[in-house]
Design a binder for this molecule. Sequence first.
Ligand code: APR
Length: 232
Amino acid sequence: MDRIVILTGAGISAESGLGTFRDEGGLWARHRIEDVATPEGFARDAELVHDFYNARRKQAARARPNAAHRALAHLQAEHAGEVVIVTQNVDALHEAAGSIGVLHMHGTLARALCAHCGHRWSAPDEMAADTPCPSCGHGAARPDVVWFGEMPHHLDEIWELLQGATLFAAIGTSGQVHPAAGFALQAREAGAHTVELTLERSQVSDDFDETRNGPATRVVPDWVSGILRGRG
Ligand code: APR
């Protein structure tokens, strides 16, 4: 039985209106990573961090999945082999398109985490530093997203999946953040065919057997229909 492992990044949600990080005018052009996406930044100014994620949570809640998200859900539903989606994205557009078992290695905007006791719950629309934890009551709520310097989720499971992958695709990611940026080489070493589907070549394009450039809403449905017609 074949196994397709798909890694997605901000580029797959770009055409749903959600900004990417490193494109022209992206999120990191307008916010300092050290202020809004590190534990130190949260310790320094929790309200600034909550404002940043409250705005992203609101925008993500308004966004709708696009043809690329829907094509991946269709692949999961129709393909005879295993199809696993690993995403760096914190939006819920894969699930909204019907995908199942999505591994959110950088967490999700939809969840809150108690920095005091580790309890996780559905994030309120507006979260603040004094939002009480439903479990321990402390006002230590933070977004349940992985910040720079923190360990991404599901890494053991992802490494196992890559070892047995027959096909690995990276969609809409610039390949600038590890460990996700190294998945293509790991899959290739394990014998998988590797393909990169992004708007333009990334700094890790040479790690892939194949690169197809263009907007995800065109390139991903084409790629999926090729697989389902039996041409990978
Ligand atoms: N279709 C396909 N790809 C696109 C599109 C599009 N419409 N628009 C942009 N892209 C591509 C860009 O060419 C780029 O390669 O999406 C990629 C976006 O790269 P980044 O902004 O760096 O986003 P990502 O790779 O997901 O960042 C990884 O970095 O800041 C951290 O935690 C954050 O998960 C994020 C991680």
